[in-house]
Design a protein around this ligand. Structure first.
Ligand code: NAP
Length: 257
């Protein structure tokens, strides 16, 4: 049975159906939170995560809502509100994890305005408006955790717009911490390095040379796994992290030291 500090809490995890978000959703579910697993397209993947959480004795439900240029945050909250009442009649949320993100980017010379708009819409606009429209639902003492990237700290001109989205997200985090501190709400970013998820599957999985190179970028000498990131998020979501706010927590295993 779960029972590790998040009993009675409700968590929304965007992009909770795959990769890092899946790891976060499953971990928060094990810790006792009711987890809303938000996703865009892959219903089977989202239902699988919901099933895993329920099998381990936890509570979860799926929230389908496309974010970014083709979606909007208010629609996500409407689906959330409809789903949460079955598990917590009062509604509301305690932990918002803005994890959904896309990597679409390129070097400056090849960057199109469409790609720029799309990556900012999903990685920046969506978290802004999920929080903006979630503020009335977010209880005092709550948590906002934004999944950033080491690319906001380490120059990677080959993905320049993506890096800029994460820089914007970190500045959003900083301001949220100041604005919401009086309500006991903390806001932090978690910045992973290279993690073994679908986004990197094409070049990383099954390619020993690429994996060796990726591992060599981290002081700890390996590629990150979703659980590495989820455990940090679980700490920030917990009461133990009540005095940490406005920070970017590096989760790269020591990249670019
Ligand atoms: P992933 O495996 O590609 O999973 C992406 C998740 O986000 C899926 O659940 C997907 O749902 C959802 N999603 C994508 N586009 C969406 C949209 N427009 N609206 C709503 N949901 C959407 O991604 P990941 O590698 O776990 O990355 C998660 C986060 O970590 C991102 O913010 C990423 O920038 C950050 N990050 C990743 C790495 C890495 O190496 N993987 C490194 C640093 C930072 P569907 O499947 O339904 O589309």
């Amino acid at each position: 049975m779960p029972g590790h500090g998040l009993e009675g809490k409700v968590a929304l995890v965007t992009g909770g159906s795959r990769g890092i978000g899946r790891g976060i959703a499953e971990r928060l579910g094990r810790d006792g939170a009711v987890v809303a697993v938000a996703y865009a397209r892959d219903t089977a993947a989202a239902e699988k995560v919901v099933g895993v959480i329920r099998e381990s004795g936890g509570t979860a439900f799926a929230v389908r809502a496309e974010l970014g240029a083709h979606g909007d945050a208010e629609a996500l909250w409407a689906v959330f509100d409809a789903g949460i009442t079955a598990y917590a009649p009062a509604g509301g949320v305690d932990i918002i994890v803005n994890n959904a993100g896309i990597g679409r980017s390129s070097a400056l010379a090849g960057l199109t305005e469409e790609d720029f708009d799309e990556v900012f819409a999903v990685n920046v606009r969506a978290p802004f408006f999920i929080v903006r429209h979630g503020l009335g639902r977010l209880r005092d003492g709550g948590r906002i955790i934004n999944i950033s990237s080491g690319a906001a700290r380490i120059a990677m001109p080959e993905i320049i717009a993506y890096g800029a989205t994460k820089g914007a997200l970190d500045t959003f985090t900083l301001n949220l911490a100041k604005e919401l501190g009086p309500r006991g709400i903390t806001a932090n970013s978690v910045a992973p390095g290279i993690v073994d998820t679908d986004v990197n599957a094409g070049w990383l999985r099954g390619n020993a040379e690429a994996e060796e190179h990726a591992a060599s970028l981290a002081a700890l000498g390996r590629v990150g796994q979703p659980e590495d990131i989820a455990d940090i998020v679980a700490f920030l979501a917990s009461d133990d992290a009540r005095w940490v706010t406005g920070r970017v927590v590096d989760a790269t295993g020591g990249a670019g030291l």
